[in-house]
Design a protein around this ligand. Sequence first.
Ligand code: GCB
Length: 611
Amino acid sequence: MLNRLYAAALFAVSAAAWHAAASAAPALQNVQGRSHQNLDGRWHYIVDPYETGYYDYRRKPYDQSDSGSGGFYDDRQPKDKSEFVEYSFDGSPTMAIPGDWNSQDAKLELYEGTVWLRQRFDAAPKPGKRYFLYFGAVNYEAHVYLNGKKLGMHKGGFTPFQFEVTGKLNEGRNTVIVKADNTRHADEIPTVSTDWWNYGGITRDVLLAEVPDTYIADYKIQLAKGDRRRIEGYVQLDGSRKEQEITVAIPEANVSAKVRTDANGRATVRIPVGTLRYWSPEDPKLYGVTIASNTDKVADRIGFRTIETRGRDILLNGKSVFLRGVSVHEENPLIPGRLRGAGDMRMILQWAKDMNCNYVRLAHYPHSEEMIRLADEMGLMVWAEVPVYWTIAWENPATLENAQRQLTELVVRDKNRASVTVWSIGNETPVSAPRNAFMGKLADTVRALDDTRLVGAALEVHRKGAEITVEDPLADKLDLASFNEYAGWYWASNKDMLNFHFNIPYDKPVVITEFGADALAGYHGDADTRWSEEYQDQLYKNQFTMLEAIPGLRGMTPWVLVDFRSPRRPHPYYQDFWNRKGLISQSGKPKQAFHTLKAYYDRKAQQYKSK
Ligand code: GCB
């Protein structure tokens, strides 16, 4: 039901396309703010490289045939000593969920394939309530079964999804089984080639959410585009009582407004407001907001700010701002694996703040909702991105639909977060007619979903003799002239990079989405010694010299905050399967360039304060 609602409202992704890549519905807004039961904890798992638990020996999926049992989702126990069952979750090892499998079992470190995971929980479903089984993220393809019956599937490793399980829950014990498969495919999003670890499994929370029969499925409460005196958005109900009066209240701002939902359960929200304490990195003010219908009520903490461009300026709440940023992967260098909770996330974001950052690029895929909420709270603007990375299957319509759906799931989830200032539609996608068409559609999709943020993409540079430029028709569809450039590392070196200069032919704010150099922490040499801290440090200094000469320079997110694991980085001494472009080492120690970037950002902060 909700699925169809979204498909209708979200125009760009047809219902059929949504079903092709996912039978799951887009997730409930603010799931943590609802009554829920947490299904995290230790889940039993079975590694299934040949997918024996999914296909019969004629390679027919058990869950699509009547051929009976065999599928691991049955969680079968032999009824007597003569029954033949070849698997068992009982007695199989357990892993912590949320958590990637690669870091929890040595034999899974580089594993790409299927793992079955089982959790049991007790439920006491109440009449008049609806229930949703919610997954924060499963990488990459998830098939979900409840009490032996398939609920559906979802593709995409970084966005939430849910299944309605009203009427499907047992009173008492229930069993949820997930077939998670992180195999890379050329026509998926991302594609086979990336520069990060392909962590598999259930990497974010699993919840059983309980809502009333007619409930607040979604809402957007934000300042209108470019207008600090008006809150604009919508409330969407789902259920049998579609037409209701809704109260949107922000007590601290003396706001209490009533709107009525229509026959589709939708109400447009337009509320004039007085001067608010606008959210900014210096004052990350969040207001308590409640949305109440006759049947449901949900509370959130929301910041209000505007973000716009004017010519080459970026304006936050109408004031010129410089994006003092850094790029971040969702990985903990200290405890292997994906970030698992608020503690990990706070550590990473605090490291960025220690460099005097006011902005982070959460590369190259949607980070968790918790991370974005922390950025809201800690005062960091966010560039949020989908994993449309390098060369994907531009001409495959299913790949486009998948990218649109992942982008939609990201925007649906994070549209109420003040910290999100830029939606990024991809990274280093090479110019060609099919790619331009594909990326153009993604830009249209994101603009139609949300017009209150900037739209960016990490473009590539082109060199013409000593000139570094960007020649990309996609730039016309973006708000920022944003690009990656590896002067001094992948081309040129500290010795000669200053012979190059930038010529950026767009009347837009220039934001450098990446530059950087690898440095093995503790390895010292002179500024010409590759892999040394001195090389990286000098490269940053040279970059500042070059970048400061760009008239529209308004920000940067050097690559990258912390060393991160990558299978494409095999050098035995310098890399050892780590990308060493971190400003902080794998053990959490700042490298020289960390201090250099901090000093530069301190100057920038002063410069913009006096504007
Ligand atoms: C890039 C990519 C990033 C890589 C980085 C590198 O351009 O966007 O994902 O990790 O370069 O280190 O080469």
